[in-house]
Design a protein around this ligand. Structure first.
Ligand code: G4P
Length: 555
């Protein structure tokens, strides 16, 4: 017979197992990724197609005129533009088969800022999108470096195969030699441009034929076995022979697909396709979901935290003000790292030790916002931020943990921010300190105490404009930017003592970051290399070390 207390215990145990199972199931069915690419490579187009497969945007059979297609999805992009200059990247969540996919959207070029880097800190996988004609481009390289730092798996989609492009082999060579990344083509193209006939699956040797569809329409994907005699009628023999020869060469040179190398970000599976004509997108999505890693354990001060850990935890990777200009609201984006998040949950804010009840967590999909009832590792939730959250903050339940901070990335644009009106100094100071805290821009100071104006250090010009705009609109201060003419920043790994031991430095300016650490500014890479040659023992870092336990310099 079961006593009452026994029954209660069993209930508790049941609940425990149910919640453990629920968490394990949710984690196993979640994939999260960001697309890294250079403007114009086709990120918007690929995103549209992926969302279509996920049913996140409605379009029967995915066959509609391109104009209309654009309209459907550009709403959320348009909204971002309407937000004026505080352009943001958000997360798009959709389901495909039985997997929940979180696509962390990184903004395009004119919006390019540290936000993009930080978003990558919340991603478990990256899709590197290349234009087949252009190969690797500058922004892709930059973003790739961030992925490499975190060893996240990278999947490459070589786009625009329907247009004349570079030789597929040289595209692979470029990735291998310039990024130091091994490649493993999952499929191989037959011809390119006007002669693009389709792709051969490397493992099954099944050919998917490409038929050029009318602009804006989905191309049909017709599959045939490589030995099927019909193939010779549909594809020119020379093209097929070349593709097969190349494939053989690749097979001879390379070994089997090593998933360990994929997961450690050392080898990238490569897919050829054409997002615009929707060719190769669905097989890409299928393979990607098979190979991509699920939510991973994250480093904290208590060691790596497994996503299956029953207590909820997450970190803030992005702050966005004025998401809705009518309400001047601020949103903190939190990546869930462990446990189950539930609406109305009370969590602890690791930096301040405060308890917070999260009563209005949101899921933000473009312009739509839904209140989130629950979320799991790999998901992103938006929290109202009344100035409480900073980039890198940890939220948790259970015993205290703090996730590793998000490093500051090397800025490339430096400018004094002047306050021409001394009577506005109080607001100027408030604005600078708050915007810096929010992570809108990095702030450096001259080592000369008499020059107390802040030096804004940004990754993109837009960041500086955002600061000026917000200083005026939110703090009522008109400011003036005065460019410094430097392009490269390096942190001195050994701090001030190492710098003093090194002696006099030429062709660089020594400044300090808000954490009192020395930073060297250079006009160009040439000057930086010169310094390396003159002082080979001086260790410099392009990424600011993570800070703990120091008070920042406030203006
Ligand atoms: P982005 O977000 O990376 O900046 O690129 P986006 O998707 O906006 O694509 C840039 C241009 O490349 C668009 O042309 C788009 O249609 C085209 N494109 C994307 N994928 C493919 C592809 O697979 N094949 C070909 N041929 N073109 C592709 P656009 O002329 O700028 O815009 P639209 O007039 O087509 O809308």
């Amino acid at each position: 017979m079961t006593t009452k207390s026994n029954a209660d215990e069993l209930d508790l145990l049941d609940n425990k197992y149910t919640s453990e199972n629920e968490l394990a199931l949710a984690v196993s069915k979640r994939r999260n990724f960001a697309i890294i690419s250079h403007p114009d490579a086709g990120k918007t187009t690929l995103t549209e197609k992926l969302l279509l497969y996920g049913g996140a945007i409605q379009q029967a059979g995915a066959v509609k005129a391109r104009g209309q297609q654009r309209k459907v999805t550009s709403d959320w992009m348009e909204l971002e533009k309407q937000r004026g200059i505080s352009i943001t990247s958000t997360v798009l969540q959709f389901c495909y088969n039985d997997t929940t996919i979180n696509l962390l959207d990184t903004p395009g070029h004119q919006d390019f800022s540290e936000d993009t880097y930080r978003t990558l800190a919340a991603a478990d996988n990256a899709v590197m999108l290349e234009d087949a004609a252009k190969g690797l481009e500058p922004q892709t390289r930059k973003l790739f470096e961030v992925c490499r730092m975190r060893h996240i798996p990278i999947f490459t989609f070589i786009n625009k195969m329907d247009r004349p492009g570079q030789e597929p082999i040289s595209l692979l060579d470029e990735i291998e030699s310039e990024l130091g990344l091994l490649t493993w083509p999952v499929n191989w193209p037959i011809g390119s441009g006007d002669l693009f006939r389709g792709v051969i699956d490397r493992t099954t040797r099944v050919v998917t034929l490409f038929t050029k569809a009318e602009r804006g329409k989905q191309s049909t994907e017709y599959k045939l076995n490589i030995s099927d005699p019909e193939l010779n009628k549909l594809v020119e023999k020379e093209l097929l022979d070349i593709a097969l020869e190349e494939l053989e060469l690749i097979d001879e040179a390379g070994s089997a697909l090593d998933m360990k190398l994929v997961q450690s970000g050392e080898l990238t599976p490569i897919f050829f396709g054409s997002a615009m004509t929707n060719f190769g997108v669905s097989p890409f999505l299928d393979s990607f979901l098979e190979m991509a890693q699920g939510p991973v354990a994250r480093e904290s001060n208590k060691g790596p935290i497994n996503p299956l850990h029953p207590s909820f935890s997450g970190f803030v990777f992005k702050l966005q003000a004025n998401m809705d200009p009518r309400h001047r609201d601020r949103v903190a984006f939190v990546r869930v790292c462990s446990g189950k998040f539930q609406k109305d949950m009370t969590v602890r804010h690791a930096r301040t030790g405060k308890q917070i009840r999260l009563s209005r967590p949101q899921k933000i999909f473009g312009k739509d916002r839904d209140v989130v009832d629950d979320a799991f590792p790999g998901d992103v939730i938006g929290l109202n931020n009344p100035g409480m959250f900073s980039i890198g903050d940890t939220l948790y339940t259970g015993s205290h943990i703090e996730y590793e901070g998000i490093p500051c990335f090397s800025p490339e644009i430096f400018s004094w921010l002047r306050n021409p009106n001394p009577s506005a100094f109080k607001n100027f100071r408030k604005g600078i300190n708050e915007l810096r805290e929010e992570g809108a821009v990095q702030v450096l100071y001259d080592t000369d105490q008499s020059k107390r104006d802040p030096i804004l250090a940004a990754v993109g010009q837009l960041q500086l404009e955002v600061v000026q705009h917000r200083m005026e609109n939110e703090y009522g201060v008109q400011t003036r930017l005065e460019p410094l003419g430097f392009q490269v920043a390096r942190w001195v790994s050994g701090g001030w003592s190492e710098l003093e031991d090194t002696g006099r430095l030429f062709n660089c300016k020594v400044v300090q970051d808000v954490w009192h650490r020395p930073v060297l500014l250079f006009k160009n890479d040439w000057n930086l290399n010169q310094l390396h040659e003159d002082h080979p023992n001086l260790l410099l870092s392009a990424v600011a070390p993570v800070v703990s336990g120091v008070d920042p310099i406030s203006l």
